[in-house]
Design a protein around this ligand. Sequence first.
Ligand SMILES: Cc1cc2nc3c(=O)[nH]c(=O)nc-3n(C[C@H](O)[C@H](O)[C@H](O)COP(=O)(O)OP(=O)(O)OC[C@H]3O[C@@H](n4cnc5c(N)ncnc54)[C@H](O)[C@@H]3O)c2cc1C
Length: 516
Amino acid sequence: MLMANSSKHPIGIIGGGLGGLAAACTLAGRGHRVALFEKNDYLGGKAAVHEDAGFRFDMGPTILLMPFVLRRIFSEAGVKLEDALDLVRLDPQWRCFFDGGGVLDLVEDPQRMATNINTFAPGKSADRQYVEMLRQSKLMRNASDKYFFWKSIGSIRDTFDFKGSLQMSVLHDLMNMKLGRMLGDTVRSIIHEPRIAQMVDHFTQYVGSAPALSPAVLMGIADMQISEGIWYPRGGTHAVPEALENLARKSGVEIHTACSVARIATDGSKVTAIVTADGREFPVSSVISNSDVVLTHRELLPEAPARKFQKRRSYVPACSGVVLYLGLNKRYDHLAHHDFVFSRDPEQEFHDIYQRGIPAADPTCYLCAPAITDPSVAPAGGEALYILVHTPYLRPGQDWKKMLPDYRRIIFEKLARTAGLKDLESRIISQRALTPEDIRDRYHVWNGAIYGLASHGRFNGAFKPANRSRDVKGLYFAGGSAHPGPGMPMALMSGWIAADALDTDMRSMPAATAST
Ligand SMILES: Cc1cc2nc3c(=O)[nH]c(=O)nc-3n(C[C@H](O)[C@H](O)[C@H](O)COP(=O)(O)OP(=O)(O)OC[C@H]3O[C@@H](n4cnc5c(N)ncnc54)[C@H](O)[C@@H]3O)c2cc1C
């Protein structure tokens, strides 16, 4: 049996985002030698932190779902999640502000939620319809657990054998997943109250995709959130990459920050080395790229495998966004930790963002007001308010330096009109913005996409490039643009899958090959 660490050269990881860190910890936990290269001077990628004037903001993700994924990664090194992170469960999960009036709390307990809905929209059966949506969502989520998670797959053909005879149980699962149907229509066939349907639509915003263009199976995200909760890591979401970095360092991972990778060298079929932007060459036994999968092919690999990848399937970036980080001298007591301030017309909003490629004239704003859970994010009585508005991925000619002042005004007007934040401007004592160009440049992602690749497509929409390269031996992918997709839990899971696939491949190799 090959020892996991018998190879002469370490495994190279490009990028220290959540996917790269999860892969590093998993491999190190299994006894491999690992070297990680990150272009920024910190680890965590999009899960970054911004501090100013006594305020602390998570710059990227603020909503953490499915902590069991993190638990599995920590357990690879024999560490208990509870010893690494202090996670607080949040309920209500979201407070929803609707255009034209009406506030609804999304709470965990389905029966309590049904009561809330009945008060919010009496006599419309919307309470029963919501519970029915959750029932169907659970079936979809169960099917995802069975066919989709914890393994390297890249298409519907990798998942189901349509040539052989499908077993009855598989056919049943396919029916539950509503294969071939789109999410927007499916939600509206179950829920007829337009505001509740709009709320449920927003689970697809976790993957930066349009409900009308995404497969119905993404409705399974509702169950992932409702049955397992929304969590806040004490110290902010940046505590997650911090805990992973600690684990990686303790497990002996060699970490190079401020070290951009310029090229993955191959011998024609297999990876041989990582070449950094300053010209250093690091021989490696294998590579996991946590950089955007499309950019990895375009920029880091030789032309032949890059062309093969591009010809196999074309992908579209997920949406981008504008984030405002506002340090306030007062808190808004009517906000919950997570709030959605919804657009007037979701169809128009999504059409603008995802099809016309222009910022929505009346956008949905997501707010994170964490001081209610963690007063240490702001000076006493203040708030570290985070406002995220989804925008199209960067199109030619869009210049957010010019576009931001007008769009900021639209956002402020929306928040005053729909969520009662009328004096927001006068409360600000610290501010910063993140634009689509900033997202592109800071995290080196395709066209500023927040969530990797869009989940658009009737059959293959939920599928991203598989974690094991089909074109180059010894190359694997981890992160939001690889399987199973974007968001913290999925990017973490992709790191685990890439590491597991690599580990399995190495262990099944003859010793002579593995050690070259
Ligand atoms: C504003 C915003 C809000 C979000 N909100 C949420 C949320 O609430 N909940 C949630 O679950 N998710 C959210 N997300 C999505 C989530 O943050 C991402 O899906 C996840 O963090 C992506 O992890 P990743 O592994 O793909 O790595 P990334 O964070 O993309 O990191 C990749 C790393 O690779 C590095 N890199 C790239 N190329 C090179 C190279 N050539 N050489 C060296 N290093 C390189 C980059 O610098 C970066 O550090 C949000 C994202 C953003 C930006």
